[in-house]
Design a protein around this ligand. Structure first.
Ligand SMILES: *[C@@H]1O[C@H](CO)[C@@H](O)[C@H](O)[C@H]1NC(C)=O
Ligand SMILES: *[C@@H]1O[C@H](CO)[C@@H](O)[C@H](O)[C@H]1NC(C)=O
Ligand SMILES: *[C@@H]1O[C@H](CO)[C@@H](O)[C@H](O)[C@H]1NC(C)=O
Ligand SMILES: *[C@@H]1O[C@H](CO)[C@@H](O)[C@H](O)[C@H]1NC(C)=O
Ligand SMILES: *[C@@H]1O[C@H](CO)[C@@H](O)[C@H](O)[C@H]1NC(C)=O
Ligand SMILES: *[C@@H]1O[C@H](CO)[C@@H](O)[C@H](O)[C@H]1NC(C)=O
Ligand SMILES: CC(=O)N[C@H]1CO[C@H](CO)[C@@H](O)[C@@H]1O
Ligand SMILES: CC(=O)N[C@H]1CO[C@H](CO)[C@@H](O)[C@@H]1O
Length: 320
């Protein structure tokens, strides 16, 4: 309805293109919802001994979410109000995930807490909606000053995971895991890094704990390409790459996957373990068991039919 566009500022349309998944936690989303994996998140990827609220904290008005998607006040559009609460996602030494399987095998090498995008209580069904055509995956990340990460380890913090366990793209922090262990911390360990399916680096930027780092990753699911947008705080998103080939991703449904965000900490090689164990990051290696966290907001997925939402009501062209 084009005639409605001039009113966008007045009514504070935060975005203009069809949103096909909205993972921005409304203020009425509660810890009980989180404990019970109520939409928009599946919260089962966490330690097995504690409820989801032990690992993930809905911050309410305690900390403002990324300002990009605030709603301007109708009477005074220069002022805006937040529409979502950020979520702090933490790991500690109990963060050992035990996936289903026979027998269930604890992932002792990792410490991990993730939220997975879900609609109608079904994360898999959502893939057929978000992982077709060309779609844009938004996420904003900031540090938790009291619970910093340990950059001598590798952290995977955002990704899309098809059934083969690979990542269509991922955002990573820290020192990439190597066997044998290299010099730690690795150069630029404190950079946020966007990697493609083959783990090539597409974009990196220093991670400052007190800023919102806003990302959007444009995925052409047919031609299997990626494009990356980035900004900090209230600055509108800007393209930081061109169209990048990503055709190691499996074609069709096999390349579709769940949208994860959180903290997945890889181990370091434990010299006292066997060579096979040293290479097996899922089950072996060194973890200190420290409590560490990141804070998330601005999680949603949109189509590109009307462009890409850049924040503050601004819409920009898709990367082409
Ligand atoms: C929050 O409020 C909205 C609007 O009133 C409602 O549609 C939604 O179901 C509520 N969500 C939860 C988790 O209670
Ligand atoms: C979530 O589960 C934990 C553990 O049972 C409980 O302490 C907490 O009160 C629950 N949160 C809510 C909001 O129900
Ligand atoms: C962390 O947990 C592991 C596995 O349960 C245990 O072996 C280790 O002693 C714990 N470390 C600390 C520091 O508590
Ligand atoms: C979730 O969706 C998938 C794919 O559409 C379907 O196969 C599955 O049965 C659904 N699961 C539930 C519990 O409804
Ligand atoms: C970070 O990890 C390294 C390697 O395991 C460890 O030596 C160091 O003590 C850790 N730092 C903190 C603050 O836990
Ligand atoms: C996808 O690839 C086809 C075949 O190479 C090409 O014609 C088309 O322009 C591409 N689409 C986009 C959006 O790049
Ligand atoms: C790990 C886990 O889910 N723990 C508890 C979560 O809370 C419910 C109800 O309070 C308990 O029954 C679970 O054992
Ligand atoms: C950026 C880039 O080119 N990434 C990779 C996408 O997938 C293809 C096929 O495996 C790789 O060759 C590219 O390096």
């Amino acid at each position: 309805m084009r005639s409605a566009l001039p009113l966008a500022g007045l009514f504070g349309l935060a975005t203009a293109t069809p949103i096909i998944y909205d993972g921005r936690a409304p203020f009425n989303y509660t810890g009980e919802d989180l404990n019970n994996s109520i939409d928009p998140y599946l919260s089962v990827v966490k330690g097995s001994t504690e409820n989801a609220t032990h690992y993930s904290t809905l911050l309410g008005h305690f900390l403002p979410a990324t300002p990009l998607w605030n709603t301007p006040l109708p009477i005074l559009p220069i002022l805006s109000v937040p529409t979502e609460q950020p979520i702090a996602i933490s790991i500690d030494n109990t963060s050992i995930f035990i996936p289903g399987g026979t027998p269930p095998t604890p992932q002792n090498g990792f410490r991990r807490t993730e939220l997975i995008a879900q609609a109608n209580g079904n994360h898999t069904a959502l893939n057929a909606v978000t992982d077709v055509g060309t779609t844009v995956f938004h996420v904003s990340i900031r540090g938790d000053e009291g619970r910093p990460l340990n950059y001598t380890h590798e952290y995977q913090i955002v990704w899309i995971e098809p059934n083969d366990g690979s990542h269509v793209f991922e955002i990573q922090l820290g020192s990439p895991f190597t066997d044998p262990t290299g010099t730690l911390p690795a150069p630029e360990a404190h950079y946020l890094k966007v990697r493609d399916h083959a783990l090539n680096l597409l974009f990196e930027t220093p991670f400052s704990l007190e800023d919102w780092h806003n990302f959007a990753v444009q995925i052409d699911w047919t031609n299997r390409t990626l494009g990356v947008f980035y900004s900090t705080n209230d600055a509108p998103l800007e393209a930081v790459t061109g169209i990048e080939p990503n055709d190691s991703t499996p074609e069709g449904a096999a390349g579709q996957g769940d949208y994860h965000f959180g903290v997945l900490k890889l181990p370091l090689v434990d010299p006292s373990e066997t060579p096979a164990e040293q290479a097996n990051v899922v089950y072996y290696g060194i973890q200190e068991g420290t409590t560490e966290a990141l804070i998330y907001s601005g999680v949603f997925v949109e189509m590109i039919t009307e462009g890409v939402s850049a924040g503050n009501g601004k819409v920009i062209s898709a990367i082409s």
